[in-house]
Design a protein around this ligand. Structure first.
Ligand code: SF4
Length: 429
């Protein structure tokens, strides 16, 4: 009875219920597949027609009617859905995503409830791929974490061993090899196959060093119109930094390293609503949250070298939006809307460049704290965000430092860092 009422309510409000999702899913995917055959994105984004994998040969794959778009993950040769699955809010969403053809899953073994690993154990193991993120550079600890995830999921292998935001400097990538050695040991045992990295702090420097090292088969970095600068700003420093960043993505792709995107939605709709005047500014071009999200997906996947992206999803609406948007081309209207979106968002969104932290060594963990604040406001992950903040040593918290102005002065994006940090502390403490 409740389900019926919910469905009725959702039909009236335009929200997508479980039942309606399944009813629409086939049509949605069919439309997506049809659009894809016509799409002509500007960059080499790894679509099967656009990019040949480097390394082991891969069977030619064909766009299947009723399925999402598939791409080749660089030299891994893995053929994956361009939307990469992550933690979802309901078991039924995982089922719907699997049925729609999503075949790559991020942070395996680390999802908070619901975490329906039995859905995956009951599938042909060769029908999906997954990675788990490793939050240490210590060899023994990395092995321990990986084995814990294997045990928790009940799988015999997790395809990707992803070192997550552990490098502080380029030198670390060259010299701190414990996690890489852990990967090599686990790979010999057949428990994993591909070394991956994700990085969202001091990203450009670490990204470049990782590309040069040629150790990683896949690198995941933030990609959205404000990273690493405001969109179409005239400011020379920022223009140069974004050009360099986009060139790194292309360089990695040219080497056969799969580049996947994160932070595509800048923490999502609730976070956008905290930015003054944003909705009014973009309304003419992007009238609702769905059109903003779709434009961000199109923008990201049109960056040359970006092959796929992932995001946590919190509703059937979001799942449907992502399935519909993948493969679409960025329109002139979306482009105009995103210019305004980024002009507004750019004054509030931390690019996690780390410049303020390098200028104030051993001080406040600015980029981490502002990221946790995004999880709190945008994703509504209040408890998780607070737990992350509680884990930071006191000396790196906001309340440990009286004068936050030096951080603000060091920010090349002109963010009101002191105000953002105090606001974050009030939510997270
Ligand atoms: S506050 Fe500014 S300088 Fe500090 S990490 Fe964020 S974007 Fe970079």
């Amino acid at each position: 009875m409740k389900d019926t009422q919910d469905n009725k309510t959702n039909e009236l409000t335009g929200k997508v219920s479980r039942r309606r999702f399944f009813r629409d899913a086939t049509a949605t995917a069919a439309v997506t597949a049809g659009t894809l055959s016509l799409q002509g994105c500007g960059g080499n984004n790894g679509s099967e027609s656009a990019q040949k994998p480097v390394g082991k040969p891969v069977e030619k794959a064909v766009q299947e009617p009723g399925k999402v778009k598939y791409v080749i993950l660089g030299r891994t040769g893995l053929r994956v859905s361009q939307f990469l699955g992550d933690r979802m809010a309901e078991v039924e969403m995982y089922k719907a995503a699997l049925d729609a053809g999503i075949n790559y899953w991020h942070k395996f073994g680390q999802w908070v409830d619901p975490a329906p690993y039995e859905l995956f154990r009951n599938r042909d193991r060769d029908s999906f791929y997954c990675d788990t993120v490793i939050g240490t550079l210590d060899k023994d600890k990395a092995i321990e974490l990986f084995e814990e995830r294997l045990a928790k999921t009940g799988l015999s292998r997790i395809d990707g061993f992803k070192i997550h935001s552990q490098y502080k400097t380029a030198e670390d990538v060259k010299t701190k090899m414990g996690a890489v050695q852990a990967f090599e040991q686990l790979k010999k045992q057949g428990k994993t196959s591909f070394l991956m990295m994700s990085q969202h702090t001091n990203t450009s420097e670490i990204f470049e060093a990782a590309i040069e090292s040629d150790m990683f088969d896949l690198i995941q970095v933030p990609v959205n119109p404000t990273v690493p600068r405001d969109y179409f700003t005239k400011e020379e420093y920022s223009q140069t930094t974004q050009d360099n960043y986009l060139a790194l993505i292309k360089k990695a792709s040219d080497k056969g390293i799969a580049v996947t995107a994160m932070k595509v939605f800048l923490y999502g709709a609730k976070n956008w609503e905290e930015v003054p005047d944003l909705k009014n500014r973009v309304n003419k071009y992007l009238p609702d949250n769905q059109s903003i999200a779709t434009a961000l997906i199109h923008w990201t996947l049109n960056v040359p070298g970006v092959v796929a992206y992932g995001s946590m999803l919190y509703s059937f609406d979001e799942l449907k939006e992502n399935l519909e948007a993948v493969g679409g081309k960025l329109t002139a209207q979306e482009n105009e809307g995103l210019k305004r979106f980024a002009e507004c968002m750019g004054g509030y969104y931390c690019r996690m460049c780390g410049a303020c932290e390098r200028a104030n060594p051993d001080g406040v963990a600015v980029s981490d704290i502002l990221r946790f604040s995004g999880y709190y406001s945008g994703f509504g992950q209040h408890n998780i965000a607070r737990a992350f903040y509680a884990d930071i040593p006191y000396s790196k918290r906001v309340d440990a430092v009286k004068n936050l102005k030096p951080y603000e002065e060091a920010c090349p994006y002109g963010l009101p860092v002191a105000k953002l940090l105090r606001n974050a502390h009030s939510k997270l403490a």
